[in-house]
Design a protein around this ligand. Structure first.
Ligand code: HEM
Length: 573
């Protein structure tokens, strides 16, 4: 290989351009003689880089992307928490897979945990006890794995709500919203299959719950249950079946989706919060290398470190305390992990309705909540498309909304979170009863009412708070910030001095659009001819008025209003 080809960046660039060796190896001297020039010594690293570049085109890739700009905001860290806890889950999961045996075969325990000595259990449960007591570092890794799962799902929920409240899901990011949403769904199922694996009494109770939900499906429920469990519940097949789903299938799909999700974040570029210099066309932030990479790398270790501390000091899922699963037993205070608590809540607050007809039983008390959950989740998945349809907005949005400026969306998000929280309370009604010495019936009735009243109340309150905040923004722009300094005027009156905002602050508070909502327009034109408006358009206009009509916004101050107020001398209050 000629020295000029390894002439650092330049030669590397030429090979990328498809013209290897186009760099000169010598100069033509004044008399036309060829004068050789000594190629600079190249180090091993450079040669290796050149070798890799010739095959992978890394130079062009790096050149194009190393200076890529990343906007900075603390809330962008939430997606990173998902990413890093997912990596921790994979790392710790691989370790556990080395020792866990997904087997429903029954054995008699003679391991190092004395209290369970001589007890009949499945090999799956026995191997989980072995991991906890006999495998070096096993308990720590098990605990980190479980904590990472809880943080991963919490991270996804909070990250999703950040995206929701700021409108980051709008065009062109709707597909990425769907990728993320699918990750959340798969995350829930991966969690469920994971905590079913140890086959302790708690995990078996969870699987029993899932079986009950499946059995409630009309007509095919029993068939589905037999199909899943390979016969009558619990059988011996469920753990060997859950295992590859939990360690291979779902993580594999999720890994692919995470990659696709991040590629789309990279491709669309990140959204940014409103402020001076931020517009739909430019991105303001730090370069990928070195700033963003250093921060992200450091943050990975921080997340890993925190998870390791949690795993080291906080007991989670002490399976040895529950004992092995037996279908005729149930633990008191049996609770699923937090992210599935709402499903438990749905079932516990539902009256036990049941219809018996033609020799069949329809378990509505289980089936209705079971069917409600996918419907609620589907509504979240399609929200970006519904909002785009209602607003008729076909433009790209790279600058985020301040949640207060879109009160209806914000209120819908808070209502949904309230429903989630109420159902969590319902799911833990026994724990609330025992911890706070309350009647379980009173809690159940409270939750039955709160399931409807809570979200409605949260919706109304949030909307009012948003409107109040919009009003406060308007006042701040026009009259300045309350400084807390009280001044006495010569005639004895006390006033609070208001400090004017900086132009940058005024820009941030007034940059949002207040476009009129979609209207049907006159149904009779100037010539008296009636225009037809189908039910779809009528619905859309009605939704648009409800969601983005006059009652949802406080008119932002105009430049004229501002000038009129600030041109006089008395602009202190
Ligand atoms: C495995 C789970 C997930 C991982 C690893 C992940 C990772 C990330 C990261 C690192 C970002 C850029 C930083 C940020 O905006 O926070 C991001 C952006 C985004 N994520 Fe996720 N995410 C996950 C789940 C979700 C979920 C559940 C949703 C919504 C349903 C979602 C929707 C989005 C959207 C729309 C963006 C673009 C936001 C913007 O540009 O402002 N993601 N994600």
């Amino acid at each position: 290989m000629g020295a000029q080809e390894t002439d650092s960046g330049r030669a590397a660039g030429s090979s990328v351009n498809g013209a290897p060796g186009s760099g000169t190896s010598g100069d033509t001297g004044p008399e036309g003689t060829l004068r050789a020039r000594r190629a600079p010594e190249t180090g091993k690293g450079e040669r290796l880089a050149d070798w890799a570049d010739g095959r992978l085109g890394l130079y062009a890739l790096a050149k194009a992307n190393m200076r890529k700009v990343f906007p900075d905001h603390w809330s962008f860290m939430l997606g990173e928490i998902c990413l890093y806890s997912f990596i921790v889950l994979i790392l710790t999961g691989v370790y556990l897979t080395l020792f866990f045996e997904p087997s429903g075969v029954e054995v008699v325990y003679h391991g190092s945990y004395g209290p369970l000595n001589g007890i009949v259990m499945t090999r799956a449960y026995e191997s989980t006890l072995d991991i906890s007591f006999d495998v070096r570092g096993g308990l720590l890794i098990r605990q980190i794995h479980h904590w990472a799962a809880l943080v991963f799902l919490a991270g996804m929920l909070v990250h999703m709500m950040r995206v929701f409240f700021t409108g980051a899901f709008r065009k062109p990011r709707e597909v990425n919203w769907l990728f993320g949403w699918t990750l959340l769904m798969l995350g829930l199922i991966t969690g469920l299959t994971g905590y079913s694996l140890p086959d302790d009494l708690l995990s078996g109770t969870g699987v029993r719950f899932a079986d009950g939900a499946i059995l409630s499906v009309p007509v095919v429920g029993t068939y589905l249950s037999f199909f899943l469990f390979g016969g009558e519940f619990p059988g011996h097949d469920i753990i060997p079946r859950f295992f590859p789903i939990h360690v291979l299938l779902l993580p594999g799909i999720m890994l692919g989706l995470v990659a696709a999700h991040l590629i789309l974040v990279f491709y669309h570029k990140h959204t940014q919060y409103p402020g001076p210099g931020k517009d739909q066309k430019s991105v303001v932030g730090m370069p990928l290398l070195p700033v963003y990479t250093a921060k992200a790398g450091g943050f990975f270790f921080l997340v890993f470190g925190v998870l390791a501390i949690m795993g080291a000091v906080a007991t989670i899922n002490p399976v040895w305390a529950f004992g092995p699963y037996r279908p005729d037993l149930v633990t008191t205070g049996a609770q699923p992990d937090w992210y599935l608590g709402f499903s438990e809540g749905l079932i516990r607050v539902m009256p036990g309705w049941e219809i018996n007809a033609f020799g069949h039983t329809l378990q509505l008390g289980v089936f209705i909540p079971f069917a409600l959950f996918p419907l609620i989740m589907a509504a979240i998945a399609v929200y970006p498309f519904v909002e785009a349809w209602v607003t008729g907005d076909k433009r790209e949005h790279h600058v985020l909304d301040r949640p207060r400026n879109v009160p209806t969306r914000t209120a819908l998000g808070v209502a949904w979170l309230t429903l989630y929280a109420v159902l969590l309370v319902g799911g833990g009604n026994d724990l609330w009863a025992t911890h706070f010495h309350l009647s379980i019936n009173a809690i159940t009735w409270f939750v039955r009412v709160a399931v409807f009243a809570g979200p409605a109340l949260a919706y109304v309150l949030t909307k009012r708070i948003c409107l109040g905040l919009q009003r406060a923004d308007r006042d701040k722009v026009l009259h300045g910030r309350e400084s807390g300094t009280i001044k006495m005027l010569p005639h004895g009156e006390y006033i609070e001095v208001h400090e004017p905002l900086t132009p940058a602050q005024r820009f941030t508070l007034t940059q949002h659009e207040q476009a009129p909502p979609y209207e049907l327009g006159p149904l009779v034109d100037a010539n008296g001819v009636t225009r037809r408006a189908g039910p779809g358009r009528r619905l859309r206009a009605r939704l648009a008025r409800a969601l983005y009509g006059p009652g949802t916004r406080i008119p932002k101050p105009t430049a004229e209003e501002y000038r009129a107020l600030t041109s006089g001398d008395d602009h202190h209050h």
